[in-house]
Design a protein around this ligand. Structure first.
Ligand code: THU
Length: 158
């Protein structure tokens, strides 16, 4: 028997002012797009902003549906739109934030399991690291590569 461990590293910040200009811009865009979320069932709005290697910033938010499983998360809205418009272009970073009753939540907004799987595959299309910025109101965590958010992932069956 061999005992193994997986350790995840991330950086924590107290305010977006501590981030680089590019990361701040991404968080601002993720916050801005919160107001277009359609979340009448959960009341939980999520905003995501994706930075592509060609400089484009694509934003998305959660879109719910009366048939609950038909809704989609903000991260997947943004990533799928980016891949639909710019296939093969590296996704350099994604910022994610969430609000309840119009107020950004204090804690960083973590992507669900399905979104982690989608982030990972988008990252693996180019093999380049995808920075993930998890932006709460007063706490921001940055993981340097989406791969770190999904250890032991489901991947190709070969
Ligand atoms: N949601 C996201 O948009 N992203 C996630 O990673 C987790 C959850 C949305 C889905 C649903 O509209 C609402 O948040 C409550 O679960």
């Amino acid at each position: 028997m061999t005992k193994r461990q997986i350790i995840i590293e991330f950086n924590e910040f107290q305010s977006i002012a501590e981030l680089s200009d590019a990361d701040q811009e991404l968080v601002i865009q993720a916050r801005d797009i919160l107001s277009n979320a359609y979340a009448p069932y959960s009341g939980f709005s999520v905003g995501a902003a994706v930075l592509l290697a060609n400089g484009e910033i694509i934003t998305g938010n959660n879109q719910e549906n009366a048939a609950y499983p038909s809704g989609i998360c903000a991260e997947r809205t943004a990533i799928y739109y980016a891949n639909a418009q710019f296939p093969g272009v590296e996704v350099k970073a994604i910022a994610i934030t969430a609000s309840v009753n119009g107020k950004i939540i204090n804690q960083p907004a973590y992507p669900c399991g399905a979104c982690r799987q989608v982030l990972l595959e988008a990252r693996n299309r180019t093999g380049k690291p995808m920075k993930v910025i998890l932006a709460g109101r007063e706490k921001i965590e940055i993981v340097s590569d989406a791969r770190d958010l999904l250890p032991m992932p489901f991947e190709n069956l070969d």
